[in-house]
Design a protein around this ligand. Sequence first.
Ligand code: HMG
Length: 398
Amino acid sequence: MLRDTNIGIDSIAFSTSRYFLPLSVLAEHRSVDYRKYCDGIGQIAMSVFPPNEDIVTIAVDAAQKAISFIDNLDAIDLVIFATESSFDLSKAAAIYVHNFLKLKPSCTAFDIKQACYSLTAAIKMARCFVQSNPGSKVLVIGSDIVKYSPNSSGEPTQGGAAVAAVISENPRIIAFEPYSGVHTTDIADFWRPSAAKEAMFDGRLSAHNYLESLKFALDEYLQKSKLALADLDYVCFHSPFNKMATKAARQFFPEKDVLDASIYNAKIGNSCSASLYISLISLLDNCSENLGGKRIGLYSYGSGSVAEYFSGIVCDKYREMSLALKNQELLDSRIEISFDEYEQFCANVIPASDTKCSYQNVGQVFLSEMIDGYRMYQLKEQINKSSVDNCFNMLNIA
Ligand code: HMG
């Protein structure tokens, strides 16, 4: 059990693709009743990524926003990058982020993995680190792009996003409480062999195990904390698709409304490691009640599987740390793509004829070149003719 009482999220931000496909378009092309997607699954759109965006580019974008609240970047001693969408089995994606943020060389950077649970694991590790290194800050990032086979039942639940958070003492957004309930079980509900671009899954088994694990983890959390369900003011869930979170809420927390906590996920789709924390940001941004002093219950689930139930108390000044307007703007300004463009993005090709799918609609950095499989990134502000040519040549042969 962690003993910290005043360690938590000091700042938090997310980023996602600048492109989306409405699920009404997918439904039409897959000859599925759209109501299945919007009512049955609870999703209205999914973020779709152009070939020059990946887990690093969206992570840098989110992290730059999260650290903009931090006065002394030298206090960041550790960067933990949580992902299951890694493109490199050796080098950590965390190192690219460390470089773009210009963090000090004496700051450690590495990646971790356990499906969608991994950002919670990173936060758990960060809390221990801050506890044993008073004054230190840890930058944690969860960044994932979720791809299923075209025409599979998972297709309407694709998506992707990055969340970056600074974990520190005296946090300004949410202070974690010291107890949690964990449930780990070996199960083949979702996996991605290292050579595969798309995940394999057993949808029914995964949904069943998500709920079973919640039961065990929540029971343990309640036992350890000596709290009752009524002591939780709001609840947020890992949200592979919104209906999963709604089902969990109905079964275990019938009194709780999860609408505000699901607004962003419904538009982004599954963002794996980032998903629970997108739900938390959605609640903080959209709930009209002042959440200062409220207890938020958080359910993290990663297939395979590891689940954890834990909680935190929202800090009084959380609204001063809000990026709500920027978050709304990011989602509202996304470009709607056609089904043809979606298929080209899935094949990792920038549609040659379509200028709106250009390199420009990316965050702070974009993937500009690949040499012997090594990824080179460039700041958007440094774009020149040759980098654009490189980018297009590389992407169209990827
Ligand atoms: P499916 O088999 O195509 O859908 O895939 P279904 O037949 O189960 O229907 C879904 C719902 O739509 C049902 O509602 C239907 O009744 C309803 P429910 O019975 O569940 O309440 N429906 C309709 N509603 C209105 N009008 C209609 C209509 N037709 C049907 N016309 C499934 C669904 C979730 C299985 C699929 O999307 C899938 O396999 N997704 C991928 C796996 C997944 O997301 N699992 C979730 C738990 S595991 C997890 O969270 C971890 C994960 O994030 C990965 C990680 O950890 O890394 C995935």
